[in-house]
Design a protein around this ligand. Sequence first.
Ligand SMILES: NC(=O)C1=CN([C@@H]2O[C@H](COP(=O)(O)OP(=O)(O)OC[C@H]3O[C@@H](n4cnc5c(N)ncnc54)[C@H](O)[C@@H]3O)[C@@H](O)[C@H]2O)[C@@H](O)CC1
Ligand SMILES: Nc1ncnc2c1ncn2[C@@H]1O[C@H](COP(=O)(O)OP(=O)(O)O)[C@@H](O)[C@H]1O
Ligand SMILES: [Mg+2]
Length: 286
Amino acid sequence: MESITVDYVKRYLPVRTSDAHKGNFGRVLCIGGNAQMGGAIILTSSAALYSGAGLITVATDPVNRSSLHARTPEVMFSEMYDYSLLKKMIPKMDVVVIGPGLGRDQVAMSVFKNVINSIGSDQPLIIDADAIYLFGQYLNTYPANKHKKIILTPHLGEWENLSGLNAQTENPDLNRQKVDQLGVTLVLKKARTEIYYQDSQWKNTSGNPSMATGGMGDTLAGMIAGFLGQYADAKIGINSAVFLHSYIADQLAKTHYVTLPSQIIKAIPSMMQRLSTDNREDAVDA
Ligand SMILES: NC(=O)C1=CN([C@@H]2O[C@H](COP(=O)(O)OP(=O)(O)OC[C@H]3O[C@@H](n4cnc5c(N)ncnc54)[C@H](O)[C@@H]3O)[C@@H](O)[C@H]2O)[C@@H](O)CC1
Ligand SMILES: Nc1ncnc2c1ncn2[C@@H]1O[C@H](COP(=O)(O)OP(=O)(O)O)[C@@H](O)[C@H]1O
Ligand SMILES: [Mg+2]
């Protein structure tokens, strides 16, 4: 397994040309947030925004509209249960992320099926949180659809539900078998997150227990989405997002007992700037 380090991330940070515009940095669609868990998709979309995504739309329950706009006026709102609107919007997106705060009921399953049927074979689809559960249910009815660019981001509990491998039994060989069977990229989140691509496996070297706070994974899903819209090489984008998410938390943890997802989000632009210009990577705005 190869290691993701700060030097790796620095080496590949994209350079913005002076004539760059928002169309260069990805159109991202974030789908999730039912009436109870709007915060989850607000964290995801905020993370995509602060990671540098060019244009972001959130498809969510209408009750989340004002809080979304109060938090991030840069982000556009769409109604998650308007299936024909969502169907029309998806082909225009560079990256789609589904799952944070989506719920697991029949309505959530209808949203999930609509998305999986509308997404193109070249469009990355990040499946996180409740959508991992729905993906598992969906696979019971439909065979794995290997032509889709699916990125699964489960924590160990969600991975157990999908793969049958628990924290004690999972290991790189068994995870690899399952990944090949599913035909996906796997970001297996744990204290040292592992990433399984079709042709390689990577291990994160950053992260700490101050990150054990609700919403931390929702934030990572948004960072991955934001980076996928900016990195020409998806593998480097995903690896860099996984590393930076935890690396920022490592810097914050020097002075903070608990690291909040919203603190990490706020610190993304300054950390990216510092890594791109100098070696003061141990400084972070909190
Ligand atoms: N502000 C919000 O609205 C938030 C909403 N959230 C949403 O809540 C929904 C349920 O997510 P949960 O993750 O709680 O779902 P689950 O209830 O499936 O997973 C949590 C459980 O998984 C088990 N588990 C085993 N290994 C674990 C590991 N390494 N890391 C984490 N859990 C592990 C634990 O028993 C834990 O209680 C999702 O839609 C998620 O996006 C959460 O992300 C928290 C914040
Ligand atoms: N002890 C820890 N050490 C390192 N990283 C951690 C630790 N606890 C949690 N994390 C990270 O925090 C995130 C938690 O994701 P997840 O459980 O999906 O959160 P949520 O669903 O609440 O948003 C993952 O990226 C995980 O790697
Ligand atoms: Mg999660």
